[in-house]
Design a protein around this ligand. Structure first.
Ligand code: GAP
Length: 452
């Protein structure tokens, strides 16, 4: 983790939030290269979950919703974690995380009785080995206030889970898109949680993060089948699209006592973050009719569906895929990070890399090489649809190393031979092998190797 954090800061992937003011706990910003990688991940997810499918529509909802949404969803009353305090150091901890770390047991994060039992029985201590206070529940929702007149402000919440826009917009999507069940609604969106965090978790547990959600609406009798389908679809995302290795991926089913209040069944896809063990990347939940029933009850709107085939009226069931974007990002970096002697390189899938090719002149002090290289760069940048970067700092060896470290899969060098016969060298990041390619073929050569 330390190597990844250091690379992220040094090379502009991820910065501590508000660092000049001393930073904010459990909040990070994405820098120039992080923003590019981030966009590539979002675009790929959107393409796979929305564009390439006929049965999923994408939406883009706000962070702020009517406060009643969070009452209906159950978050105001049920979205809580139990907090315990070290009696000596007064440091606070999320009890369920301590229990998982120390006793390798799963408990529901707000199960006061079970947690108290473990503390009373002397089984659970603080990480420093001190006694803990009895647990107290606190709500994870982050409140905010809207309105200009003091005393007349409305209390709202920043989204505790991003998917709530999807449920409250279900009827409007159905009516505007005229698609009978089954269909899904997808969204990339922010979520905010007042998490109790320990240090060293980097992007893994933050107070503001992004979720990539698909909520799939179907007939009650079809939900088990679609739940299995979506488990396969999402497993393949990690294995094939992101290229994570199979041995570092594992399923984990939630035990009854640990499952979130809205889920009938819940499975996580976990990834082996070296040093942290297998940790959740995504939750797949069989949510039944919980969400639409609750919103129907609290809003008074009829959210039922009339099935033209069976002539039945019912509340659709929901199968949820909720992937943590920031954890996807981190897993991609863990998987890609390689050391080969002096050389550090990121073996990213070429379509995910922040820059897909770098272009440079062999020597930066030879105007004829620079001029030709700039020509090649401008054409590729404007016509290939790829992210191309110009680099002329230091010598060629340093440039290769520098591009390797940020995962650029191909480096294109313009040398004296280029001036004679219009060919360039293309160096492959993973093998460090070079190939001569004609300028006329270069664009298609790169596109063919990069685009999925
Ligand atoms: N709508 C369902 C839902 O929100 P969740 O399991 O609480 O389910 C889904 O969250 C995903 O969001 C998790 O699998 C995880 O990847 C990510 N996530 C949750 N809390 C997070 C946090 N504090 N920081 C970063 N990612 C988080």
């Amino acid at each position: 983790m330390e190597k990844i954090v250091s690379l992220c800061k040094r090379r502009g992937f991820v910065f501590p939030n508000s660092e000049i003011y001393g930073g904010m706990n459990a909040l990070y910003d994405y820098g120039p290269l992080g923003a590019l990688l981030r966009k590539n991940i979002f675009d790929l997810w959107w393409r796979k979950m929305v564009t390439e499918r006929e049965d999923v529509f994408g939406i883009d909802g706000r962070i702020i919703l009517h406060p009643k949404v969070w009452e209906a969803s159950g978050h105001v009353s049920g979205f809580a974690d139990a907090l315990v305090e070290d009696k000596k150091t007064h440091k606070r901890y999320a009890a369920d995380k301590l229990i998982e770390e120390q006793l390798n047991l799963s408990v529901k994060s707000n199960d006061i009785e079970a947690i108290s039992g473990l503390i009373k029985g002397g089984k659970l201590k603080s990480p420093e080995g001190n006694e803990l206070t009895m647990p107290k529940n606190f709500n994870l929702l982050v409140p905010a206030y809207l309105g200009t007149v003091e005393g007349e402000k409305t209390q709202v919440y920043l989204k505790g889970e991003s998917c709530q826009n999807i449920y409250v917009n279900f009827k409007q999507v159905f009516e505007s898109m005229h698609k009978p069940l089954p269909f899904g609604i997808a969204q990339v969106g922010r979520a905010f949680r007042n998490e109790i965090t320990s240090s060293g978790q980097f992007l893994f547990r933050q107070k503001e993060f992004d979720q990539m959600d698909v909520q799939y609406f179907c007939r009650p009798e079809d939900s088990s089948r679609f739940y299995e389908d979506w488990k396969t679809i999402r497993w393949n995302w990690y294995l094939n699209d992101l290229g994570l290795s199979e041995k570092r991926l594992k399923w984990r089913q939630h035990a009854d006592e640990e499952r979130a209040f809205y889920a009938k069944d819940a499975w996580d896809i976990t990834y082996d973050f070296e040093g942290m063990g297998f940790k959740e990347l995504e939750g797949l939940h069989d949510r039944g009719d919980y969400d639409l029933s609750q919103h129907q009850k609290f809003s008074g709107e009829d959210l039922s569906y009339f099935d033209p085939e069976t002539k039945r009226k019912f509340i659709p069931f929901v199968v949820e895929s909720s992937a943590g974007f920031d954890r996807n990002f981190l897993a991609i970096l863990f998987e890609a990070y390689r050391e080969d002697g002096e050389r550090v390189y990121l073996k990213l899938k070429p379509y995910l890399a922040p820059y897909q090719a770098a272009v440079f002149p062999l020597l930066a002090n030879k105007p004829q090489l620079v001029e030709k290289a700039r020509e090649v760069y401008e054409v590729l940048k404007k016509q290939s649809g790829l992210n191309i970067v110009w680099d002329e700092r230091g010598n060629i060896g340093k440039r290769y190393y520098s591009q390797d470290e940020i995962g650029t899969p191909f480096c294109v060098t313009i040398d004296f031979e280029t001036l004679e016969n219009n060919t360039v060298t293309v160096r492959d990041r993973d093998t460090a092998k070079q190939e001569r390619v004609g300028l006329g073929d270069l664009k298609l050569y790169l596109i063919d190797k990069i685009i999925l």
